[in-house]
Structures are given as structure tokens and as C-alpha cells.
Design a protein around this ligand. Structure first.
Ligand code: HSE
Length: 440
């Protein structure tokens, strides 16, 4: 084997993901050498915490609290940014690119917010930017969209991309657990974000969707254009009703082409129990892709965790090392399309989407109530396909559930704001969008 200079790596951040990546670099040293034709050398690791034992034996002097020892070291080829957050991380990533270094990051928030700027700078400098670990941890979905599916006109992507939410919804369904209790368990498993509101509020999923949608359709997708609703309002009663109608409730990230525009949205969604996505339980993630030629694909695996996410980081290091050794850096554009060929497509506002809906009212169980509700729905072009009223409570509120035919979001929202003013309605009405075929 020709002996080439080693590829020198500087890690910024030595937390869970960095520990996983470093463990893999050490444990799979020989395997990786056989794959890249040279060696990886961890040149420096910068972190504020120089004391904690990560269970990884490292040579003296490798750890530093000074990031400039990495950014300004001309011998370091690849900077791996794993500190999270967006302010410092953006600065470090842009600095590294400016120094002509290749960059690997797992930072979904950074790419969702500043991706365009970072993609542009990396292309200008001709350096590689790897971010496989930013979406769904160990599932190689970024590489599939950029390379495996390069022949595809992608029509739609549906993803279960937050393990914490999927764990909570699975436990609520299977064990009837209470939301707060299960959230605590999910946090203890170490999957939840430092601020779990990012998980349950859908923000973490929206970050990942912004990245995937951008790559799939070759268009910038601003985070603020992604409608984002979390799982906080989903209750056991809705999960039970969904079951009666043959559905499961998942926090879905949805992006699809519709009449030359793009839909990009994150919200609790009812999907048929017959779909593979509905079988994705617990902390697992899955991404369904519909390609024009290839048809339907499903990618399933661990969306978080030290080793699965570390594996994605190392896969980027391998890609970059191969490009360095074959002098073909920048071969695959960061955003999957040649920069000049990307086009700004309109992201369809939520009010304009069409969907099937599940609506749960808390209504007085009195004569005439149903006709008032259905009258308002009818006036707003909403047609009901099925209905369940649970229990009988003279003079009290009962859940009244309706499934609609295909309807426009704006029409439904207009109807619901009028219905929620009725004296016979108590509490606010819950709406869950339903994906799938209209039942005939
Ligand atoms: N908080 C995320 C999750 C971790 O629960 O899936 C991976 O992004």
C-alpha cells in the first residue's frame, strides 16, 4: 500500500457524539485504514471540560480548552464541530472553512439556520462539509439523498425523526402512561435535547426537516417557513380514538412537491396502522422517501446515541479522507445540487395545504349540538366522513370526534374558530392531520 500522509483531525467538543466518534476511530483503526488507504490521526480535542473521564485513553497533551489550537493549526485537515448551539458553532465552522479546512458537523440547528451561508462558503473554498450526523443519527439518510438517490426526482419524504417524541407516543399508546412521566423516562435515556421543549415542541424535527427538504428539492428552506407543532396536546384519549379508526399517531416531518411548490411541515399525524412507518416504535427513527423512478424506500434505525451518531461522523471523515487522497474535494456539492442550479421554490403556507383531519370537540351532550357543529363545518366546505361520540353525560361535556374528507386547512381553521365560540363547546378543540388515502 502506498504510504500517504495521515489525515489530521481536530475535534471541537468532547461530549456524547464526539466520544462515540473517537471510540470508533480508535477501535476500527485498521478497518478504516483499509478503507481510506491512509491513517486518521486525532491531532487535538478542544473542550471546556478537561477533567471528566470519558472512558477513552488518550495521549497527553491532546486535550485543550483553546479552540484556536485547532483552527489555526495548518496541519489539521478536518475540523469536527460537535459543540451544538448556533453562535459559537457558526463562528468555528466559518473560521475552519476560511482556513481551508474540511468540516464535519452534527449540528442540525446550525445547518437549519445558517446552512445557506455555510454551504456557500464551503463551495467557494472548495472544501468538503459533512453533516450525516445532523439528521437521524445513525441512519445514512443525507448520503442517500445526495448520492444513492441522485437519479431520483424526489416526490415526498415522511420522517419520524425525534426519538424522544416517538418514545413518548409509543409508551402512551402501549402502556397508557402519562405524558410528563414518560418524558422524564425519555430524558433519563439520554436522547432528549438539553432543553426537551425542542423535542416535544417539534423544533428538533423541524431542524432536521429543513435540511432534508433543502437537499431533496434543491431549494433553500427557511426554518420559519416550516409549520411546526409538537405533541404536547396529544392525549391518551386521542390515541385511543385513532386506534378505533385504524390509525397510530406519530410526530411526522412531511415534505413533498405539490404543483411546483413544496410543503414542509411538522405536526402530530395520524397514519394508518397498515403503513411501515406506524410500526416504528420507541426511540427509533425512520425516513420514508418516495422517488419518481425508484418508488418507495424506508430507512430505519437509531436516530441518536453516542455510537450510532458517532458512526455517522466517522462516515463523513472517511468520505472526506477519500476525497483528500484522490484530490477530489468538493466532488459532491454540500447541498446535493450544483450551487448555481439550485432554485428557490415557494414553500406553501400552512393555510393553503389540503389534508384529511381528525377533530375532537368537547361538546355538551344536548339536543341540537351536533347540528350546530356540522352546520358550521358545512358552511366552510368541510365534509365529515366519520364520527364517534364517546359516553353519555347529560348536561356535561363529552368528546365528540369527527374525521373529515379532504379539506383546506384555512377552511377548517375558520370553522373551528367559530365552533369554539359556541356555548355548547368547552375547552379548545383538538385537530390532528391525517395522512393517507381518502377512504371511499
Ligand atoms: N433529541 C433528539 C431525539 C436526538 O430525541 O431524537 C437526536 O437528534
Amino acid at each position: 500500500m502506498t504510504v500517504r500522509p495521515s489525515i489530521k483531525i481536530g475535534f471541537i467538543g468532547f461530549g456524547t457524539v464526539a466520544s462515540g466518534a473517537i471510540k470508533i476511530l480508535l477501535k476500527q483503526k485498521k478497518l478504516l485504514e483499509r478503507r481510506i488507504g491512509t491513517t486518521f490521526e486525532i491531532a487535538k480535542i478542544a473542550d471546556r471540560d478537561l477533567k471528566s473521564d470519558r472512558g477513552i485513553p488518550l495521549p497527553e497533551g491532546l486535550l485543550t480548552s483553546d479552540v484556536t489550537e485547532i483552527l489555526q493549526d495548518p496541519d489539521i485537515d478536518i475540523v469536527v464541530e460537535l459543540i451544538g448551539g448556533t453562535d459559537h458553532a457558526r463562528g468555528f465552522v466559518l473560521d475552519a472553512i476560511a482556513q481551508g479546512k474540511h468540516v464535519v458537523t452534527a449540528n442540525k440547528a446550525l445547518l437549519a439556520m445558517h446552512g445557506e451561508e455555510i454551504f456557500e462558503k464551503a463551495a467557494d473554498k472548495g472544501v468538503d462539509l459533512g453533516f450525516e450526523a445532523s439528521v437521524c443519527g445513525g441512519i445514512p439518510i443525507i448520503r442517500e439523498i445526495k448520492e444513492g438517490l441522485a437519479a431520483e426526482k424526489i416526490n415526498a419524504i415522511y420522517g419520524i425523526m425525534n426519538g424522544t417524541c416517538n418514545y413518548i407516543l409509543t409508551k402512551m399508546r402501549d402502556e397508557g402512561c402519562d405524558f410528563d412521566e414518560v418524558l422524564k423516562e425519555a430524558q433519563a435515556l439520554g436522547f432528549a435535547e438539553a432543553d426537551p421543549r425542542l423535542d416535544i415542541g417539534g423544533g428538533d424535527t423541524a431542524h432536521k426537516l429543513a435540511i432534508l427538504s433543502n437537499l431533496a428539492f434543491g431549494t433553500p428552506v427557511a426554518l420559519k417557513e416550516i409549520y411546526t407543532e409538537g405533541i404536547e396536546k396529544v392525549s391518551s384519549i386521542d390515541i385511543a380514538f385513532a386506534d378505533e379508526f385504524g390509525y397510530d399517531i406519530k410526530l411526522l416531518a412531511i415534505t413533498k412537491r405539490v404543483d411546483g411548490e413544496i410543503e414542509a411541515r411538522v405536526h402530530p399525524t395520524m397514519i394508518s396502522k397498515d403503513t411501515l412507518l406506524s410500526k416504528v416504535n420507541g426511540v427509533f427513527n425512520a425516513v420514508y422517501v418516495d422517488g419518481e423512478s425508484v418508488g418507495e424506500l424506508l430507512f430505519y434505525g437509531q436516530g441518536a446515541g453516542s455510537l450510532p451518531t458517532g458512526s455517522a461522523v466517522v462516515s463523513d471523515l472517511v468520505d472526506i479522507a477519500r476525497n483528500i487522497t484522490s484530490q477530489s474535494s468538493g466532488r459532491v456539492p454540500s447541498a446535493a445540487f450544483v450551487p448555481s442550479e439550485r432554485e428557490a421554490l415557494r414553500i406553501r403556507p400552512m393555510a393553503e395545504i389540503q389534508s384529511l383531519y381528525y377533530v375532537r370537540f368537547m361538546a355538551q351532550d344536548d339536543p341540537g349540538v351536533l347540528s350546530k357543529i356540522s352546520g358550521i363545518l358545512g358552511k366552510n366546505n368541510i365534509s365529515i366522513s366519520a364520527m364517534i361520540q364517546q359516553g353519555r353525560k347529560i348536561g356535561g361535556s363529552v368528546p365528540l370526534v369527527m374525521m373529515t374528507h379532504m379539506a383546506k386547512e384555512q377552511d377548517l381553521q375558520t370553522a373551528l374558530s367559530e365552533i369554539d365560540q359556541l356555548d355548547c363547546i368547552s375547552g379548545s378543540t383538538l385537530l390532528i392531520r391525517v395522512e393517507g388515502e381518502e377512504s371511499s
